[in-house]
Write a protein that binds this ligand. Structure first.
Ligand SMILES: NC(=O)c1ccc[n+]([C@@H]2O[C@H](COP(=O)([O-])OP(=O)(O)OC[C@H]3O[C@@H](n4cnc5c(N)ncnc54)[C@H](OP(=O)(O)O)[C@@H]3O)[C@@H](O)[C@H]2O)c1
Length: 274
C-alpha cells in the first residue's frame, strides 16, 4: 500500500489475516510515499515484481498516469485505489464504489429502484455516486460546497445519461429530499475522529424507514449512526464498506473469493483496540 499518511491504515491487518486464512504466500505492507514520489514507487513495483498495490490519499489520482491500463469505472471517476501487476503490466481499478454497493446489499439494503440521498462530493463520494447512480431510481447529491455536487451530478448525467439532482447540504435541502428517501449515504467526513460530536443531518429528519450507510469507519459508530438507530432506521457501518472494498481488491489480486468474515473480525479488533 502506498499513501501519506499511512500509519493508521487497517488494510495490512485485514489483508494479512485474509492471506493467512487462505494459506497464501503473500504479505501486505504499507509504505509511506510522499507526494511527488509516486512515479518512483511505481518503478519500484515494476522492478521488484510486486504483485499488487493499494493506493490511498494523496496518490489515487496521480498514480493513474504511471499505469499501463485503467478500467472503465476507475477511468470515469478519475481515481485508482487498486493495482494489479499482471506479467509486468500494471492495471488500475477502483473498488470503493463496489465496496459501498456490496456493503449495502450484504446488509440487506437494496438501492436498486430506490431514492438515494448522498452527502458529500469528495474522493470517496465520487466513487459511491457512480456506483449508486447506476442502480438507484433517483440520486440526490448534497455537499457543503454546492458547486462540487453540481459538477459531480453533471458528469454522472453525461456518462450515465441520467438526471442526478444536486445542491447545497443545507437543512432545507435535507428536509426536502429526506422526506421520501429510502437510503441515505454519508460520504462527508462530518463525525469522523476527532470530531465525533458532529452530525451532518439533524436527528429530527431521520426516520425508521430510511436505511443509512455512514462510510466513516472511525469511530465504528458515528453520532449519525447512533441517532438513526434510535429512530429505528437500518444502519450499515463504514467498516462494512471498508471490508467490501478490501474484499474486491483481494479478489482482483488473488482471483479467489475473499474471506470476508476473517477480514471483518481483524478490522473490528484493530478498531476497538485504537
Ligand atoms: N469506509 C470506507 O471504505 C471509506 C473509504 C474512503 C473514505 N472513507 C471516509 O469517507 C470520508 C470522506 O473521505 P474522502 O476521501 O472523500 O475525503 P475528501 O475528498 O476530503 O471529502 C470530504 C467531504 O466531506 C465534506 N466535508 C468536510 N467537512 C465538512 C463539514 N464541516 N461540513 C460539511 N461537509 C464537510 C467535504 O465537503 P466540501 O467539498 O465542501 O469540502 C467533502 O464532500 C472520510 O471520513 C473517510 O475516512 C471511508
Amino acid at each position: 500500500m502506498i499513501g501519506d499518511p499511512i500509519e493508521h491504515t487497517l488494510s495490512p491487518i485485514m489483508h494479512n489475516a485474509a492471506f493467512e486464512a487462505l494459506k497464501l504466500d503473500f504479505t501486505y505492507v504499507a509504505f509511506r510515499v510522499k507526494r511527488g514520489d509516486v512515479e518512483n514507487a511505481i518503478r519500484g513495483v515494476r522492478a521488484l515484481g510486486i504483485h499488487g498495490l493499494s493506493v490511498t490519499m494523496p496518490h489515487k489520482i496521480a498514480v493513474m498516469k504511471y499505469l499501463d491500463r485503467v478500467d472503465d469505472f476507475a477511468h470515469v471517476i478519475g481515481s485508482v485505489n487498486t493495482v494489479l501487476n499482471k506479467d509486468g503490466q500494471l492495471f488500475g481499478y477502483n473498488t470503493d464504489g463496489v465496496g459501498a454497493l456490496n456493503a449495502l446489499r450484504e446488509n440487506e439494503v437494496e438501492p436498486k429502484g430506490k431514492k438515494v440521498v448522498l452527502l458529500g462530493a469528495g474522493g470517496a463520494a465520487k466513487a459511491v455516486a457512480y456506483a449508486l447512480a447506476q442502480v438507484a431510481d433517483e440520486l440526490v447529491i448534497l455537499n457543503r460546497t454546492a458547486q462540487s455536487a453540481v459538477e459531480l451530478a453533471n458528469s454522472l448525467g453525461k456518462v450515465l445519461r441520467k438526471t442526478v439532482v444536486s445542491g447545497e447540504l443545507s437543512s432545507a435541502a435535507l428536509e426536502a429530499h429526506l422526506s421520501d428517501a429510502d437510503v441515505l449515504v454519508n460520504a462527508t467526513s462530518v463525525g469522523m475522529k476527532p470530531n465525533i460530536d458532529q452530525i451532518p443531518v439533524p436527528s429530527s429528519l431521520l426516520k425508521s424507514d430510511l436505511a443509512l450507510l455512514d462510510i466513516i469507519y472511525d469511530p465504528v459508530e458515528t453520532n449519525l449512526a447512533k441517532e438513526a438507530k434510535c429512530v429505528g432506521a437500518k444502519v450499515v457501518s463504514g467498516v462494512e464498506m471498508l471490508i467490501y472494498q478490501g474484499a474486491a481488491s483481494f479478489e482482483i489480486w488473488t482471483g479467489l473469493k475473499a474471506p470476508v468474515e476473517v477480514m471483518r473480525k481483524a478490522a473490528l479488533k484493530e478498531l476497538q483496540r485504537s
